[in-house]
Write a protein that binds this ligand. Structure first.
Ligand code: PGA
Length: 242
């Protein structure tokens, strides 16, 4: 199975227009799962959106971009794993944009525990290094630490995305060699921890122009796409290359 996951971040996307654009390029790939990490304030449109009966739309189609580390209560503005369970959404956690703001490895682990308690699935864990770390030759230790702290006490995600910070939103994706090296660091960790079958995605400036090269890397099970997912047609063009 391959995965293509959109990350709309805090952009204002018209859900019904996007679906119309996306569906205008008919997609029939039965071994591709497509999901969208939407802005949860669009939850009404999301719940109301009627998805066609098509194997490409696996439930849950919608995912959240984050979850609170707290169970429930007086946490203004936060979204609990219980709510995600209620609307049957999966969840992305550990995105670098959140790690840069406040999410330490420990917080990401705690968020993973909250998701597990409410059986939220799929859980997509993002890992990836900054340019400084890459240039200082510390990538392997850095990524292993991110993974190690998440996999503590038997916790594990359903999908992992490798997203180097230096390729996110820059328009320039990591090159093939770089992605292959990162994939093997993650695969080695997964093998040592008895999870060698977890899919590993690549994310960072994926577009319809570079998707073929990225998919030619056999260890890549799919992509997490930011900017290029905001346009339903461009996202469909990427999907068609799978
Ligand atoms: P990008 O974002 O495709 O715009 O680089 C990817 C991401 O942050 O998930």
């Amino acid at each position: 199975m391959k995965y293509l996951i959109a990350n709309w971040k805090m952009n204002d996307v018209d859900v019904s227009n996007w679906l119309e654009d996306f569906l205008s390029l008919s997609l029939m790939n039965k071994s591709l799962e497509i999901k969208v990490c939407a802005n949860l304030y669009d939850v009404k449109d999301i719940v109301d959106a009627s998805l066609p009966e098509n194997t490409i739309f696996k439930e849950p189609f919608w995912m959240a971009q984050d979850v609170s580390k707290n169970k429930e209560g007086a946490y203004t503005g936060q979204i609990s794993s219980k709510l995600l369970n209620k609307i049957d959404a999966g969840c992305l956690i550990g995105h670098s944009e959140l790690r840069e703001e406040s999410d330490t490895n420990e917080i990401v682990h705690l968020k993973g525990i909250r998701l597990k308690e409410e059986k939220v699935s799929p859980v997509l864990l993002c890992v990836g290094e900054s340019l400084n770390i890459l240039e200082a030759n510390k990538r392997e230790d850095f990524i292993r630490e991110q993974l190690d702290s998440y996999f503590k006490d038997g916790l594990f995600p359903d999908i992992i995305a490798y997203e180097p910070l230096w390729a996110i939103g820059t328009g320039v994706s990591a090159d093939k060699r770089n992605i292959e090296d990162a994939m093997s660091i993650i695969s080695k960790f997964l093998e040592e921890n008895d999870h060698k079958n977890l899919p590993i995605l690549y994310g960072g400036s994926v577009s319809s122009k570079n998707i073929e090269e990225i998919l030619s890397i056999t260890s890549v099970s799919g992509c997490l796409v930011g900017n290029s997912s905001l346009d339903g047609k461009e996202f469909a063009r990427i999907a068609k290359k799978f």
